[in-house]
Design a protein around this ligand. Structure first.
Ligand SMILES: NC(=O)C1=CN([C@@H]2O[C@H](COP(=O)(O)OP(=O)(O)OC[C@H]3O[C@@H](n4cnc5c(N)ncnc54)[C@H](OP(=O)(O)O)[C@@H]3O)[C@@H](O)[C@H]2O)C=CC1
Ligand SMILES: O=C(O)C1=N[C@H](C(=O)O)C[C@H](O)C1
Length: 240
């Protein structure tokens, strides 16, 4: 399969290595300073684009590929307010767009565990729910996309919580789920969900030991999406 990498930073590089080790060819490695290389590429020679760039570049990168009917696997976080426009463009161009805030299998299991725990805790009003995420200091967005997915899972189950908020040291209210974002090198990604009461605490956490799980997941999805159409997610890809 011929793969175009839109964004060739920490993730793009590992994705490229894993893709090549699985027999794929990388036909372009695009960063901010070599975007002109896109003009030299023949879209018919690209099977899938894998996009891990940065929040303010994601829409331009994804649109470039979708406009050329190239299926896109995107992992960039922090731009999702624009996802409806990308979804509409995908349907108009009759191609495929796949987004996940986290491509690792372990985190996707953790998403299910999080939702199940929240469903058990929905009427346990003595417990205060909170979240923490820890990432490396180069991360541009906060809270992480994964933390937002976890928060949405909790808000979907616990009615008394109306919204999530990034902790900023100001007084907290009971209707909000607070997410504390810490930036500590070299953390590839840690997420913790806590239920705390006077009597006891319940805590679930996921810790990535490297970026390999995110990158392998993105390559597996790229192999899967090649001949598909529509706006797709991990719920379509995973069998659990
Ligand atoms: N969904 C998931 O599973 C995961 C998602 N992520 C997300 O993926 C994104 C990338 O992460 P990471 O690789 O660690 O970040 P990096 O900062 O290491 O890499 C981002 C790359 O994007 C490039 N870039 C910036 N602007 C453009 C542009 N206009 N066109 C093309 N490329 C551009 C940068 O180039 P330059 O260096 O020249 O500025 C840089 O090389 C982040 O949003 C992160 O949150 C990360 C891990 C897992
Ligand atoms: O920027 C990162 O590094 C990561 N970003 C994703 C996120 O925002 O959730 C996934 C992972 O946690 C690493």
């Amino acid at each position: 399969m011929n793969i175009l990498l839109l964004g060739y930073g920490k993730m793009g590089k590992i994705i490229g290595e894993i893709a090549e080790s699985r027999g794929h060819q990388i036909v372009g490695k695009i960063n901010i300073d070599n975007r002109d290389d896109l003009d030299q590429l023949d879209p018919k020679n690209i099977d899938v684009a894998i996009e891990f760039s940065q929040p303010d570049a994601a829409v331009e990168n994804i649109s470039w590929a979708i406009n050329r009917k190239i299926p896109v696997v995107s992992g960039t976080t922090g731009w999702l307010d624009k996802k409806p426009a990308i979804a509409a463009l995908t349907l108009e161009k009759e191609t495929a767009f796949f987004y996940a805030s986290n491509y690792s299998i372990g985190v996707n299991v953790f998403f299910k565990v999080n939702r199940f725990l929240a469903s058990l805790m929905k009427d346990q009003t003595d417990y205060k729910v909170s979240m923490e995420e820890i990432h490396h200091t180069e991360k541009k967005d906060a809270p992480s996309g994964t933390a937002i997915t976890l928060a949405e899972g909790i808000l979907g189950e616990i009615e008394r919580l109306k919204e999530w908020k990034l902790s900023d040291g100001k007084p907290e209210n009971e209707q909000s789920l607070y997410i504390s974002a810490k930036r500590i090198d070299p953390a590839p990604g840690t997420h913790i969900v806590r239920y705390q009461s006077e009597i006891d605490d319940i805590e679930i956490s996921h810790t990535a030991h490297s970026r390999k799980g995110f990158a392998l997941g993105a390559v597996l999805v790229a192999e899967w999406i090649k001949d598909k159409k529509g706006v797709l997610s991990m719920d379509d890809f995973l069998s659990f």
